[in-house]
Design a protein around this ligand. Structure first.
Ligand SMILES: [Zn+2]
Length: 181
């Protein structure tokens, strides 16, 4: 996996593009959390769940179905507070932020692939192009040469494009609409 911070940055960038302008701040923070959420499955390691199981790492929580359920749940939470258009934008934004996690994992060069179609299909997928170096699981490992090279690959392939998207989106979007939140 890329580091959790890298997933958060990607989620923030997606929200700057897709979140409704009137709820951009609120939805951005939710998108950041949702982009990190799939790795909650790491808890399974402590509970004896095997990596390759449906509930194992990069399993069900890294699927399109999970992203859809999360997106519907977030939109439902805003049901009485947002207009229909805002709800639809929020739904799409949160879905994309959540599934971005799995898609980035599928761009890494290690671990098992991602169960994008779980629970209907157990196949673990990688993209043909895997430029992101897989992150070590321990924090100490980031103090090694390998940790430095992992962060360098994440900065090149995720941080820089995400920051470029965020800056551009802030200039292009939501300039005429007053912030309501
Ligand atoms: Zn992951």
């Amino acid at each position: 996996m890329p580091t959790i911070l890298t997933h958060a940055i990607a989620g923030a960038a997606i929200a700057q593009v897709l979140a409704p302008c009137s709820r951009r701040h609120e939805v951005t923070w939710i998108a950041v959390v949702c982009a990190m959420l799939p790795d909650a499955d790491s808890i399974g390691f402590r509970l004896g769940v095997h990596y390759g199981d449906l509930l194992g790492h990069r399993g069900l929580t890294h699927s399109f179905l999970f992203a859809g359920v999360v997106a519907v749940g977030v939109a439902a939470g805003l049901w009485n507070k947002a207009k229909a258009g805002e709800l639809l934008q929020t739904l799409v934004c949160i879905f994309m932020a959540t599934i971005s996690h799995a898609l980035l994992d599928a761009c890494t060069n290690g671990g098992m692939g991602v169960a994008l179609l779980a629970p209907f299909n157990k196949t673990r997928y990688f993209f043909p192009f895997t430029p992101i170096k897989v992150s070590p699981l321990s924090a100490e490992a980031f103090l090694t040469q390998r940790g430095v090279s992992v962060l360098a690959s994440e900065m090149a392939w995720v941080w820089c494009p995400s920051i470029a998207v965020m800056v551009t989106a802030r200039w292009v979007r939501c300039r005429q609409t007053p912030e309501l939140t």
